[in-house]
Design a protein around this ligand. Structure first.
Ligand code: ZN
Length: 256
């Protein structure tokens, strides 16, 4: 049964020129990255300050109490700096090399797709990334996340003393407009295949693009060890870790 699904996915990948790969936290969990809910020191989902993590990592908190918001941003930063893209990130980058019409839409802020070799011009980071830091007051770019997470928080601009921040979408902030425009522009061009990897697809802007592809006559597939909002709707369901399945997929496609 699993083999049948894998072969169906292989055939779909071989046939398609335009592919949209949608990725989420499950992909980077295989690199040992915690999701924001899995950050250290959370007790019953609350921070040491007694706040939901969604409040601590919000736009309003960065303005009101930058040191508190940065405590958790730095924790995410250290986790990302201490981990590496895995075989699934590399397999996705390889698929993009072979298929010039293959795009990645990711919710992950770890920058692992870039580091694994995904071309930036076909990568939509809908929640932004943790680097490079920039000054909220004067706009000066300061790339040194690795340096700043070791120093007193919040990190400050060398030029004007303003608080630095990453180009990431915090809770209660808007999605980046250019990323949304690129996504919807590409969706209008159409995709023959959509593959959801390691995401629960609980945000409408993650599920909707896949459902649009399906409504326009394309196939959609899901790679996830669990059941998600999309599981009932997909044409191909692979229950398992992206790490195992993507390597198998690329390995088989190579030999054909
Ligand atoms: Zn500044």
């Amino acid at each position: 049964m699993e083999d049948e699904q894998l072969h169906a996915l292989m055939r779909a990948v071989l046939r398609a020129d335009r592919i949209l790969i949608v990725t989420g936290a499950g992909l980077s969990a295989d690199s040992g990255l915690p999701t924001y809910r899995g950050l250290g020191g959370l007790y019953n989902g609350l921070t040491a300050e007694g706040l939901p993590i969604e409040t601590a990592l919000s736009g309003p908190m960065l303005r009101r109490d930058p040191a508190l918001c940065w405590k958790y941003l730095a924790e995410l930063g250290r986790a990302c700096l201490g981990a590496e893209p895995n075989a699934a990130h590399r397999a996705i980058a390889e698929l993009q090399r072979r298929k010039p019409g293959c795009w990645v839409l990711t919710q992950n802020i770890d920058g692992f797709h870039r580091r694994a070799g995904s071309p930036p011009e076909r990568l939509i980071e809908i929640h932004g990334t943790l680097e490079p830091l920039f000054c909220q007051s004067c706009g000066q770019v300061d790339a040194g996340l690795d340096v700043h997470v070791q120093r007193p928080l919040p990190p400050r601009c060398a030029q004007c003393g303003g608080v630095l921040r990453p180009p990431v979408v915090l809770f209660e902030e808007m999605l980046p407009e250019t990323a949304l425009e690129t996504l919807y522009g590409e969706l209008r061009e159409g995709f023959e295949l959509g593959i959801s990897i390691g995401t629960t697809a609980s945000f409408p802007y993650i599920a909707e693009p896949l459902l649009l592809i399906q409504r326009a006559g394309g196939l959609i597939a899901e790679i996830n060890p669990g059941t998600t909002a999309l599981s009932e709707r997909v044409d191909i369901k692979m229950k398992g870790r992206a790490l195992d399945i993507m390597s198998q997929l690329l390995g088989h496609s190579l030999s054909e």
